[in-house]
Design a protein around this ligand. Sequence first.
Ligand code: NDP
Length: 257
Amino acid sequence: MPGIPLSVLITGANRGLGLELVRQMAEGPSPIRHLLACCRDPDGPNSQALQDLAKRHPEVVTVIPLDVTDLGSILRCSQWVGSLVGAGGLNLLINNAAILTKDTMQTASPQDMLAAFNTNALGPFNLTKTLLPHLRTAAAASETAAMSCSKAAVINIGSFMSSINRTSQGYGSQPAFSYRVSKAALHMLTVCAARDFRQSEILFAVLHPGWVKSAMGGERAVMEASESARRLIHVMFSLTEEQNGAFLNNEGAPLPW
Ligand code: NDP
């Protein structure tokens, strides 16, 4: 766990896994300077729990409007982030926001494919690129040489459903065609970025949260969002240079691409 107060940005922070990540980081023992909890409708009914959480931790949690499919929204978010984090930079970006449609290759329309790609792959791409100056600032400001989530890192929340290796053996219970394809793109983005930004000492990894009870995971899922978030936080802060570009489960074990 980190010793120096960190700045962390989480997308899709108003419900599900994103909300739990914010809650546990805000209420946990790790020293957090800024928790930038991004969601697309901060004043809407689906953001009430996040607003309540922010009210309980006003020094740490800042709710920022962000639609990851809207470049203007991303630019406004980045300006806000810069004004908050300043010379310390942004240590950790968690690309968590995503959509899943229950489609197949037969039923998915081109619009479904674009919507999934825009949210699940292009969103993280645009946001990461836009926030890179703040991540670079954090890497440069860090006193440690080793890569880590306490220094500068991008964690992309991926999915075992988008493991090509696993899907070649069957769909399981859910085709979710557009989702699988778009998250596989996110996985590849992560591997490329891990290579590209190694010199900049920014760590990239994909984490699979498990099958989690949420609007996306459904009630039959095997794990509460709180348990998944607890495990993911532990894994994130255990990552080293060795896991740069890795695809890991919620216990930190490697998964097949
Ligand atoms: P939820 O459906 O519960 O939450 C999705 C979040 O993404 C919401 O906060 C939603 O905001 C946000 N979001 C969607 N589109 C956008 C957008 N354009 N801009 C900003 N935010 C957006 O999902 P989970 O919490 O279960 O999933 C979290 C992550 O975990 C996702 O990346 C998912 O793919 C991954 N995952 C989940 C699994 C599970 O079993 N649940 C399994 C494997 C991976 P809004 O309220 O505005 O819609």
